[in-house]
Design a protein around this ligand. Structure first.
Ligand code: NAD
Length: 268
């Protein structure tokens, strides 16, 4: 974890080659872009998802050495079995990207217990279970790195997503605390906080907001772009490149951070 001496050769790019990663929710959207970006850096990737067929499609684009693993991050037994498959299939693991997540739009006053539980089970319990099971392995081997996908909604309460916001605030609290617990054991834990990213999740949110406001989906997107200082819609690759950095040796002195990747929408 020490910086390289000045005489050391300058790395061509981030130091990640040969690392072994488990990416949850890696079949589509942001998780897929993360799997692709890591594989481009020479990382062997296990793509974990509840949708095994989609995970296999992603793996087919990643080249040799990548594997697909079925996992439901809500369930301890499923995460334990998946992590065992990752260790066997990759020959180890030193990077977890806990990215699987869901959002359902609903006004706080109409929210049901089931919707609250669904968001918390995937977004928060899923991070707890995957982080705990991977971190036990990382601590035992004296090294490892975790990047959790939180959200801008982990820093600012998002209307009609109060349950989602609450579940993501919890992810940031967990990330900060775990980072402080594990720092002395060679394990770094950080989070990325994306803004409004063009994925399947976003399309569902846009449709919902468009029908609430009685405008077209494109108008919802245009309004968001108008509020974004960097002036365009965020794409999954914007998030993936920051995850690559956080996972790399170049981020060796960063832990417990929730890094915004929002085009400047929120800066704290
Ligand atoms: P997405 O719907 O495109 O992808 C989510 C992936 O997670 C899917 O492949 C899905 O099959 C998988 N998944 C869902 N439930 C699962 C479970 N129980 N176990 C395992 N896998 C499961 O969504 P996305 O936009 O790519 O979201 C990825 C992450 O980014 C989520 O944590 C989300 O909350 C977060 N995020 C998204 C946005 C955005 O605007 N899209 C913004 C901020 C944060």
């Amino acid at each position: 974890m020490n910086p390289p001496p000045l005489s050391a050769p300058v790395p061509a790019y981030y130091e990640l080659r040969g690392r072994l990663a488990f990416v949850t929710g890696g079949a589509t959207g942001i998780g897929r872009a993360i799997a692709v970006a890591l594989a481009r850096q020479g990382v062997r990737v296990a793509v974990g998802d509840i949708n095994l067929a989609a995970a296999q499609e992603t793996v087919a684009t990643l080249g040799d050495g990548a594997i697909a693993v079925e996992v439901d991050v809500r369930k301890r037994a499923s995460v334990e079995a998946a992590f065992a498959q990752v260790l066997e299939g990759l020959g180890g693991c030193d990077l977890l990207v806990a990215n699987a997540g869901v959002s359902t739009m609903r006004g706080a006053l109409d929210l049901t217990d089931e919707e609250w539980d669904f968001n918390f089970d995937v977004n928060t319990r899923g991070v707890f279970l995957t982080n705990q099971i991977a971190a036990r392995h990382f601590v035992a081997q004296g090294k490892g790195c975790i990047v959790n996908t939180a959200s801008l909604a982990a820093k600012v309460g998002a209307p009609f997503l109060a349950h989602y916001s609450a579940s993501k605030f919890a992810v940031l609290g967990w990330t900060q605390a775990l980072a402080r617990e594990l720092a002395a054991k060679g394990v770094r834990v950080n989070a990325v906080c994306p803004g409004f990213v063009a994925t399947g999740m976003q399309s569902r949110e846009v449709e919902w907001e468009a029908s609430l406001r009685g405008v077209s989906p494109q108008r919802v997107i245009d309004d968001y772009i108008a509020q974004t200082p960097l002036g365009r819609l965020e794409v999954p690759e914007d998030v993936a490149d920051v995850v690559v950095f956080l996972a790399s040796e170049q981020a060796r002195f960063m832990t417990g951070q929730g890094v915004n990747v929002t085009g400047g929408v929120y800066t704290t």
